[in-house]
Write a protein that binds this ligand. Structure first.
Ligand code: SAH
Ligand code: SF4
Length: 363
């Protein structure tokens, strides 16, 4: 119980630690040493931080927790997509997905992180939405997925220095922009030179379209990439599959995207799950092309992935190919990854993730 009142060390900024060290009468630069243990050497606890004095470690232990969520399972083989399942302190489970960025990329990997347990937005094609919303993840639980994957890599490979992750995509379970504060805090730690040291352009936030939060994000300093889960190019269709569209219809969403692009440049891409006889018609394709052209944005096409209890189906291969080719003909930058047998265990946009790992994000 007491644990709950203790802050996690994984949600601290360098500055807040420096201030705390100063309060303890310790030199401020020692806070940087601790960050090195966490984010360079992926230490497993304060006692591993051998250049910090024992009394300082004791004070740290009293004030901060240093516990990463244990790994429940890892699925997948080497060089393939892997799924990590983490058990949080309150027993809830969340997953992260590790996607190799392609053989020519020399061992680079993208990690897809979750931001909530469940999701309140109830998109009709999505497994996460079907189970309802449980709670937001804390900043430390989001950073913990990054640290947990790196720590797992070290245990696997025995490598001391090489880093596993080159990109982060925030498109696991949950709607990131409805957990805005914790997300921003976590990403600033993953982005910071003293922390995860991943460039903002290597970090993509995916949203179902929370227009006010997109505008707020436009005002933040870091240049995070934004992926919009569009999935339909007109309100009549989008309303049917994404309840969020009734709150923020396309004209509002796209106006917010324009504001983002004005502030950040070309940082937006559109995600489009192809669902049989719902959003795969020539008319939808033309409307999508119009939107993509307006933003000079990349489009990721994702064949619908089967979800238990959901009647939607993936369109036949010739329809998918036709949709893809038509966008190409219209001069749109577009990627499509066809399903392979082994891909089918995806719960949550895994096909798209793999594609993003190999495609746009690894350029
Ligand atoms: N809530 C955010 C973050 C990611 S949600 C968002 O909606 O953008 C998880 C992602 O998985 C979604 O972007 C969605 O596009 C994808 N996804 C969900 N269900 C899917 C399915 N059945 N087939 C393919 N992709 C799916
Ligand atoms: Fe939530 Fe995204 Fe799934 Fe929609 S697609 S239910 S917003 S996780």
């Amino acid at each position: 119980m007491e644990r709950l009142s203790v802050d996690s060390i994984f949600s601290q900024s360098l500055e807040s630690l420096q201030d705390q060290f100063a309060l303890w009468g310790e030199p401020r630069w020692r806070a940087g040493q601790l960050m090195e243990w966490i984010y360079r050497k992926f230490a497993g606890g304060f006692d591993e931080c051998s250049n910090l004095s024992k009394p300082l470690r004791a004070k740290l232990k009293e004030k901060y927790s240093f516990s990463l969520a244990p790994l429940v399972t890892v699925t997948g083989q080497e060089h393939e997509t892997r799924k990590f399942l983490w058990k949080l302190e309150d027993g809830n489970l969340v997953e992260s997905v590790l996607i190799p960025a392609g053989s020519e990329e020399g061992g680079r990997h993208t990690l897809c992180v979750s931001t909530q347990v469940g999701c309140a937005y109830g998109c009709r094609f999505c497994a996460s939405g079907r189970s309802g919303f449980v709670r937001d993840l804390t900043a430390a639980e989001i950073v913990g997925q990054f640290l947990g994957a790196e720590a797992w890599h070290r245990r696997q490979s025995g490598a001391k220095d090489d880093r596993l992750l080159s990109n982060i995509v925030v498109m696991g379970m949950g709607e990131p922009l409805s957990n805005y504060e914790n997300l921003m805090r976590a990403l600033s730690i993953i982005n910071a030179p003293w922390g995860g040291n991943l460039g903002a352009r290597k970090i993509t936030i995916s949203t179902s379209g929370l227009a006010p939060q997109i505008r707020r994000l436009a005002g933040e300093e870091p240049q995070y990439r934004l992926a919009i889960s569009l999935h339909a190019a007109e309100d009549a269709v989008r309303d049917q599959i994404m309840p969020v569209n009734r709150k923020y219809p396309l004209n509002e969403l796209l106006a917010a995207c324009e504001a983002y692009q004005r502030a950040k440049g070309r940082m937006i891409s559109f995600e489009y799950i192809l669902i049989d006889r719902l959003n795969d018609t020539p008319r939808q394709c033309d409307l999508l092309a119009g939107i993509a052209r307006r933003f000079h944005a990349h489009v990721n096409l994702i064949p619908f992935n089967k979800v238990d209890g959901c009647a939607f189906r993936c369109p036949p291969p010739d329809v998918i190919q036709g949709f893809f080719a038509h966008l190409q003909k219209r001069g749109i930058s577009v990627t499509l990854r066809q399903k392979k047998g082994g891909d089918i265990n995806a719960a949550c946009g895994q096909l798209r993730l793999r594609k993003m790992g190999e495609g746009e994000l690894s350029r």
